[in-house]
Design a protein around this ligand. Structure first.
Ligand code: F6P
Length: 547
């Protein structure tokens, strides 16, 4: 079965393509010159976040055409379906109710009541650990909390814990272990004291190889270092939707915090999966993070699409990826503490929208999720920005900036912010041949050198970016930022008619991983496997035969 292509799906596809083609002959710089009000016209503020999308290859007409496409895809109706818990995850026949995790006030639905009970229990645990009432096997206070989890059970909590460093209470140090590579847990256990360490085993499915193996290693480490079997309960807590499996694994039933099928792993940091965040910043700030996200949810639900931050972010990405043919997008937070945001968004965007069939299972012939990459500014400027400025690929960019810093070095914050703004400005305006030549002339170069150097120094410009601005990186603004990206992803899923909430593409690699491990274990390598796989396995077996 083949899905309708986008020109069949959207009645104004030709118009969208024509509008996109216009940008071959016109520049954003001209658009700014022609309209003093462009920045205000293409900016929206909500939930403590301002999206300035004026430096995009966009005008009123193209925005209108994109909004028509959103209407034809019934984005408004789809938002309602998401928020009221319809089974938008149709291949797993479940809702995607991460928004139910971040309500404020008294819980209303059955889901919210379950969430509140879990948050209350989590709050109690954190208070007992922070105060020192919860003691390790030698009767000492817990000083270190280690989250063992991977993917959605790692990236979100790890990113937010780092992002909110200025809010760390200092009661405990929070660490993360994700990789099956034993090097990660080995490095960590070398510097930790087992008597004062608490492990959080975070796994929605409680069947993820990395998490189970790392947890077994952690358990062995505890037992080898004097903890009795009975005292393990003082050092292991689990978060899972498979409570039985966690108990079967050996976690005390009272130490298991539930998660629900209606929360996707990569959307779960607002649940007990966010426990490491709450251990680091305290429960009050964790709640502020949730409430910041709730404010963005409300905006997503209520605002008209032309004034709707997540919807606009999604429509812009649709414009670039589907109409202008881009393959990647760069996330460039000008905030050191947001350095893990690109990695977090890789899972959120690529695991959600990296699909090849529609919700009905028909093959699509259009580009879906794009490659997300990036790093924190200004580091990227001294690395890959060269390609952004002068390379041959078009990369839509999200710059993320804060008006105020948490540290006292105001002059450095001024330079950080200036660089962020200057990058988006330089990418947009570029520097043409004539300006480049006259600059070289004013530096005293002769005409021959000018003719040689000028082409190398020309910046084509017309390279698009959004700037997401917040007053300060705090729990509320971060919550709103993350929720904006979650809803952007859903917007794209709706426009492409794909399911953003399943991830079948990760299954085959996992399955073959266990087959290869078995082949190594038994030294029985199936002869029908390809010669590359067989040779690689034999090399490993050979290298490890005496171990
Ligand atoms: O890699 C696939 C995946 O299933 C992700 O979707 C998920 O976030 C991660 O593994 C971890 O899963 P779990 O929380 O069940 O251990």
């Amino acid at each position: 079965m083949k899905a309708p292509n986008l020109s069949e799906k959207y009645s104004n596809w030709k118009e969208l393509e024509n509008l996109a083609a216009k940008w071959q002959d016109q520049t954003m710089a001209q658009a700014f010159e022609a309209d003093n009000n462009r920045a205000a016209r293409f900016s929206v503020s909500a939930a403590g976040l301002c999206l300035d999308y004026s430096k995009n290859l966009l005008d009123e007409e193209s925005l209108k055409a994109l909004l028509q496409a959103a209407e034809e895809a019934d984005l408004k109706g789809a938002i309602k379906k998401l928020l009221r818990g319809e089974h938008v995850n149709n291949t797993e026949d479940r809702p995607a109710l991460h928004t139910a995790l971040r309500f404020s006030g008294a819980p209303k639905s059955a889901e919210q009541q379950a969430v509140q009970a879990t948050l209350d229990k989590m709050s109690d645990l954190i208070a007992r650990v922070h105060s020192g009432e919860w003691k390790g096997f030698k009767g000492e206070k817990i000083t270190d909390v280690v989250n063992i989890g991977i993917g959605g059970s790692d990236l979100g909590p790890r990113m937010v814990t780092k992002a909110l460093t200025p809010y760390h209470t200092g009661h405990v140090q929070v660490h993360f272990v994700a990789n099956i590579d034993g090097a990660e847990i080995h490095d960590l256990t070398k510097v930790l004291n087992p008597a004062t360490t608490l492990f959080l085993v975070a796994s929605k499915s409680f069947s993820t190889l990395e998490t189970l193996e790392n947890s077994l290693t952690a358990r062995r480490w505890m037992l080898d270092n004097g903890c009795s079997q009975q005292d393990l309960a003082k050092h292991f807590v689990a978060i899972s939707s498979k409570v039985d499996k966690a108990v079967e694994f050996g976690i005390a039933a009272d130490n298991v915090y539930p998660l629900w099928d209606w929360v996707g792993g990569r959307y779960s940091l607002w649940s007990a999966i966010g426990m490491p965040i709450a251990f680091a910043i305290g429960m009050d700030n964790f709640n502020k993070l949730r409430h910041g996200a709730a404010a963005m949810d409300e905006h997503f639900a209520e605002a008209s699409l032309e004034k709707n931050i997540p919807a606009l972010m999604g429509l812009l990405m649709f414009w670039y990826s589907s109409v202008l043919g881009t393959d990647t997008q760069a996330i460039l937070p000008y905030a050191y503490h947001l350095q893990l945001l690109p990695a977090y968004l890789q899972q959120l965007e690529m695991e959600s929208n990296g699909k090849s069939v529609t919700k009905e299972g028909a093959k699509v012939d259009y580009q879906t999720g794009s490659i997300v990459w990036g790093t924190e500014g200004t580091n990227g400027q001294h690395s890959f920005h060269q390609l952004l400025h002068q390379g041959k690929v078009l990369v839509p960019i999200d710059f993320i900036a804060t008006l105020k810093a948490h540290h006292p070095y105001d002059h450095q914050h001024k330079f950080l912010f200036s660089n962020c703004v200057a990058q988006s400005q330089a990418l947009m305006t570029g520097r043409d041949q004539a300006t480049t030549e006259s600059e070289l002339r004013s530096q005293g170069l002769n005409e021959e050198d000018i003719a040689f150097l000028a082409p190398h120094k020309v910046h084509p410009g017309n390279r698009p970016s959004n700037t997401l601005l917040m007053e300060k990186l705090n729990p509320e603004s971060l919550g709103a930022l993350i929720a904006a990206y979650e809803h952007k992803v859903y917007t794209l899923g709706v426009l492409w008619n794909i399911n953003s909430y399943d991830q079948w593409g990760v299954e085959l690699g996992k399955l073959l991983g266990t087959h290869v491990a078995n082949a190594i274990e038994t030294t029985d390598v199936p002869s029908e496997w390809d010669s590359s796989t067989q040779t690689l396995i034999r090399k490993f077996t050979e290298a490890n035969k005496n171990i």
